[in-house]
Ligand binder design. Sequence first.
Ligand SMILES: Cc1cc2nc3c(=O)[nH]c(=O)nc-3n(C[C@H](O)[C@H](O)[C@H](O)COP(=O)(O)O)c2cc1C
Length: 187
Amino acid sequence: MKILLVDGTLLGRKTGAILEQVEQYIKELDEGLEVSQLHLADFEHQFVDGRPFDQYNDDMKKLVKTIEEADGYILATPIFQGSIPGVLKNTFDFLHPKALRYKPVSIVANGGTYQHHLVVENQLKPILDYFRALVTPNYVYTHGDHFDSENKIIDENVHERLREMARVFVKYCELSKDLPKETIDQH
Ligand SMILES: Cc1cc2nc3c(=O)[nH]c(=O)nc-3n(C[C@H](O)[C@H](O)[C@H](O)COP(=O)(O)O)c2cc1C
């Protein structure tokens, strides 16, 4: 299975740092998973504006193809203005409504305040529910206090929650293998 770790932001380093850690925990649990990272910051983004898909730039075509070809995801998002970054929402808007169906997804998020962890529950999960993704009940919300000055996670409780999330995610990967997937062919 191809597992894509998606860093859903153009700025900031903590979400990428969390994904590095999750990658290690997932690989420790299942060496058979093909894990790779995708950073939205590496792409030249265009807004979804209704033009035919073949008129978007090569980066947007590559972004959509890479996401749609994956079998499962760890999504990392910072909190911006009490929500997810616009670039992450724009990326979702590019996807076919069936692109994530029955695929496992776990979420990690980082915010500057502790109060905004419910952004995951109230804003990100509903989008993934729309896609009918298999969202694990575990997600991990971090805050600046959980990192050292080099963005290494120093909070042991966060490590434990990431390990637990990885354990559940790997089980969801197993589950998803037996569920029917759609062939996406509109692009
Ligand atoms: C435009 C912008 C808006 C932000 N809005 C919020 C917010 O509403 N709530 C919050 O908890 N943090 C907010 N933050 C803080 C970011 O979530 C935080 O800086 C980021 O996750 C930390 O990553 P970094 O240290 O790697 O840059 C905001 C940051 C930016 C740049």
